[in-house]
Design a binder for this molecule. Structure first.
Ligand SMILES: Cc1ncc(COP(=O)(O)O)c(C=O)c1O
Length: 420
């Protein structure tokens, strides 16, 4: 049986430590860490009386808005291709349930894909990502991995891509997305393109498998990251406009109607509003991206300064440092796995991060997933100030956290000297 999601579990451990007065730097949880703008609150207030169940797929208004939203982003879409849900997580589950075959995912990958495949009794094939970006299996390794899986009696059916990526905070290149989409076509795989971070690419736009494999690519997205509305649970998916897509939609509706019925009606009103791209929403997202970029870069610099190898962040609010180059020094402190490293950082230095093993990496790999978005502040006021600041890393609460992190990382590295 799948255990409680590692990301939610660390969040709870850190909160209970904080509650007893221990100082902990919370770099464990992938919440966008920003307040809800008044113009969004107003829409929800007005929509609160909407108490009917409504259609399983979502209201016409919400579906129209999502279709236009995709169409403005170079993916021509009709409303009938859209389904809403309480978050993209249940949609991913429904998709993995509805599509045939075993699941192929990048390594590392967001924690829930493997857990969902496990809950559904599906096989899993992990394929390492390349050096420069995560979220997409290295094209050079994918074909071999598929052939080996087939030779071993597995039945790869679904390729899941995360573009932009959590846990690495990077965006796969157009070239790699194209290459894996073409391999997916060759092997007849369905592609699920998890694009929940597409609106928070620090600069420019992310490529999509949809461009190269439109006939069997499904996109999932939502407002949890771009608008920091994770707790409002607004997710949606786009299926292809063909027979394959219509058949898939029927199966998704089958799962949805037996499990969540529909996204809460007031939340659909919020989605219809946000997805119509009003000016204030676009401006808000643009500030958000800037803040994510600046803080992630500052945290990146701290990890690199102590000798970790880390891809520069290009989207969202994550980093994925690798401490392999410091292995000898860490071994001297009995740190042999990413789990050891994460627990020493938490217990000895008050730094809460997730071990790479939670993302499907071998235990021995000394990699960590670092989320930077909870540094923006602990009160709404601090978070607003962070969002509006031209120099957020010099705000006292962020600057202090960076010093706390630096001291902790230096403590970890200094320890090596003592043990030598
Ligand atoms: C890669 C990825 N996909 C999907 C989700 C799920 O988001 P939600 O269910 O809030 O839409 C998350 C949230 O952490 C994520 O990081």
């Amino acid at each position: 049986m799948t255990m409680h999601s590692a990301t939610l579990a660390i969040n709870e451990t850190i909160r209970s430590k904080t509650a007893t007065g221990e100082k902990v730097l919370h770099l464990g949880f992938g919440e966008a860490g920003l307040p809800v703008p008044t113009f969004v609150l107003d829409v929800l207030r007005e929509a609160a009386p909407l108490n009917g169940y409504g259609p399983v797929v979502g209201s016409q208004n919400a579906r129209d808005a999502a279709a236009s939203w995709f169409s403005r982003r170079e993916a021509e879409t009709q409303a009938h291709q859209i389904i809403f849900a309480p978050g993209s997580k249940p949609l991913l589950f429904a998709l993995i349930a509805a599509l045939e075959g075993d699941l192929v995912i990048p390594q590392p990958a967001w924690v829930s894909y493997a857990a969902q495949a496990d809950l559904l009794g599906k096989g899993l094939i992990r394929v390492p990502v390349g050096e420069n970006a995560g979220g997409v299996p290295s094209p050079g390794l994918l074909r071999d991995a598929l052939n080996t899986a087939i030779a071993n009696g597995q039945n790869p059916g679904i390729l899941l891509l995360t573009v932009p990526d959590n846990p690495t905070g990077t965006v796969a290149t157009e070239q790699d997305v194209k290459a894996v989409a073409e391999i997916a076509r060759e092997y007849g795989l369905a592609v699920i393109s998890d694009e929940i971070y597409a609106e928070v690419v620090h600069e420019g736009a992310a490529p999509s498998a949809l461009t190269y494999y439109p006939e069997q690519t499904v996109i999932t997205s939502g407002l949890s990251k771009s608008m920091a509305l994770g707790g409002w649970r607004i997710g949606f998916a786009r299926v292809p406009d063909n027979e394959w897509g219509r058949d898939l939609m029927d199966r998704l509706v089958g799962v949805a109607s037996e499990i969540w019925s529909a996204l809460a009606a007031p939340m659909q009103a919020v989605a219809a509003y946000v997805l119509s791209d009003p000016k204030e929403v676009l401006e808000h997202i643009s500030l958000t991206k800037q803040l994510h970029a600046r803080v992630a870069k500052a945290v990146h610099d701290e990890f690199v300064a102590v000798g970790a190898i880390c891809r520069p962040p290009t989207a969202g609010f994550y980093l994925y440092p690798d401490f392999e180059s410091l292995r000898d020094h860490l071994s001297a402190q009995e740190i042999h796995t990413s789990g050891d490293l994460a627990s020493v950082l938490l217990e000895r230095f008050g730094i809460g991060v997730l071990p790479g093993s939670a993302f499907g990496e071998p235990e021995q790999a000394l990699r960590l997933r670092v989320a930077t978005s909870l540094l923006y502040g602990t009160t709404e006021e601090q978070r607003w100030q962070s969002l509006k600041s031209d120099d957020p890393t010099s705000l006292p609460w962020i600057a202090e956290s960076l010093v706390f992190l630096r001291d902790g990382l230096n403590g970890l590295i200094r320890n090596r000297g003592l043990n030598r």
